[in-house]
Design a protein around this ligand. Structure first.
Ligand code: SF4
Length: 251
């Protein structure tokens, strides 16, 4: 892994993603290195030649920049993060996400944070002090073997479920992002999340060409077909709604 400390020019960026006003990405690159990651397009702009998942730039001045930018920013909802995981392994050492949250807490911006990591539990003390915050865990399948194929360096499904449980027990609003839907069985998927989330977001695989060879090698081609996303997506929706959990299909 090639890790480099850099000075960013900006950290609070306006976003066109619906329901968010801004995004913050404290890192360039992501150590989770998911095979399907759409954020790998970043390489075109940053000039990295290493494969996605094998480099990380650390924006060491992120908290300083954020404090400066927030002085001029209109209140709104901030997504952490859109092209990196804010709690990927390097966050343990650099604590940039934590330091940014400390700055955001002073200004009380609304936060929507999405991760695959239990490291977010370190910052529960901060989460509890925000007036408006939602913490999401991306869980893309119920099957650990499938996870290993597509997300080889990210935490296990079990760890993510336990993370959601811990957040929920602390009464922090939680959601699960089932996206992209990897090969999964809706019944065990919905059962394992029972009682742990306030909201569910479901999305299909949006960049099938990027991962078609991975599916093919694992003999999972049928899970890239339109039919799979629609049928499994609808069943998931029904199963969660039966339990009174609100569901948004984003495809
Ligand atoms: S955790 Fe998110 S940003 Fe990181 S590689 Fe996976 S999909 Fe990409």
């Amino acid at each position: 892994m090639k890790i480099k400390e850099i000075l960013a020019k900006t950290i609070l960026t306006k976003t066109a993603i619906s329901s968010f006003d801004y995004c913050i990405n404290p890192y360039v690159g992501c150590g989770h290195g998911c095979r399907y990651c759409y954020a790998s397009f970043m390489k075109r702009f940053t000039g990295h030649l290493e494969p996605w998942g094998e480099f990380i730039d650390i924006k060491v001045n992120a908290p300083y920049l954020l404090r400066k930018q927030l002085k001029r920013a209109k209140p709104g909802t901030i997504a952490l993060s859109t092209v990196t995981d804010p709690y990927q392994p390097v966050e343990k050492k650099y604590q940039l996400t934590r330091k940014c949250l400390e700055v955001l807490l002073e200004a009380q911006f609304s936060i929507n944070l999405l991760t695959r990591s239990a490291l977010c539990l370190r910052d529960i003390d901060l989460f509890k002090r925000f007036k408006k915050i939602e913490i999401g865990l991306s869980i893309t399948t119920h099957d650990e073997e499938i996870k290993k194929i597509f997300e080889p360096y990210s935490p296990s499904i079990r760890t993510r479920i336990n993370t959601l449980r811990a957040l929920h027990q602390e009464k922090i609003p939680t959601y699960v992002f089932i996206g992209p839907m990897l090969p999964l069985d809706p019944k065990p998927m919905a059962t394992m999340l029972d009682g742990l989330v306030d909201e569910v977001l479901i999305d299909r695989m949006n960049y099938p060409n990027k991962v078609a060879s991975v599916y093919h090698k694992a003999k999972l081609d049928e899970y890239l077909e339109e039919n799979y996303f629609h049928l499994a997506g609808m069943e998931l929706k029904e199963r969660f709604e039966e339990k009174g959990v609100s569901v948004s299909m984003v495809f």
